[in-house]
Write a protein that binds this ligand. Sequence first.
Ligand code: BTN
Length: 335
Amino acid sequence: MGELPPGSEELVLAFLAEAADDFVSGEAISGKLGLSRAAVWKHVEALRRQGYGIEAVPARGYRLASIPDRLGALEIGPLLNTHDLGQVLHCAEELPSTNDRARELAEEGALHGEVVVAESQTAGRGRRGRAWSSPPGKNLHLSAILRPDLPPQRAPELTLVASVAACEACRKAGVEAGIKWPNDLLVRGRKVAGILTELSAELDQIHWVVVGIGVNLNAGPDDLPPELRDVATSIAVERGQPVPRALFAAALLAEMEHWLDRHAAEGFEPIREAWRERSVTLGREVRMDGEAGETTGIAEDIDASGALLVRTRAGIVRVVSGDVRLVARVDPAGG
Ligand code: BTN
């Protein structure tokens, strides 16, 4: 038998993925993709060798029963339900930082929606110069290149768009995630995901925005550096079950696109509302570092640009950047 058409293995996989839990007949696949039945079988065998669980039942056809726990284009691509985000995927085993790679690609002319994913990062970056722990094969490290039609002053809104989207993806994976201002995702008070947004712009024009999202998916306590064990967690730890990572990545990209589309069509107001509904900061006492030292107050709202409004003794303080710490609640019934 001659060479199989290039890319047809991905097409067979995409066809099976689209059918979800249903069987598809070999005849339907070969008819739709213009392949012989023998070629379909060869592809199924090749996919099995790569770790895909594909059931074959006479008179019913094939069913995709399981996918390997890898974050490659072959795993994420067929699960994508987006028009732009992730349609071009750059997947790597190891990178210094997906944000750094995405910035390079953006400078080289990458299109809106191109996404970089890495199984591990050797120099993963968090906000405010912190490191982001990125052990291989456990979590999700993803950076999306965006070219939004927005004035540069409105770019910070995109971080809140991403935090709402990431919060939704975590909730759909079965954990009660909430957003701590500006964009940390917490579950039971511990950090499960973080977002690092970077941009290149001129005075009146954004060239590109890179939204980097790190989600602790399957890391166990032993995978975290000791100093993070009390303050971080993962979705698997919280829900007591591992997360299929490619499925999570595809779901996150679908949420991102949904909220980006809303932002483009309706502006910041629906995002602000969605952010408020998911916030674990509003209504809480917070502590922040300022020029005059530490201040505490009650976080009341975010304004139309995403800044946090905190009521202090001296009046309302508008916090535009940095971090705030949630002051621990005193349980009146506690000992
Ligand atoms: C934070 O909470 O401090 C932000 C963490 C952002 C981490 C992600 S992981 C993917 C992307 N690449 C990086 O180097 N950082 C972001």
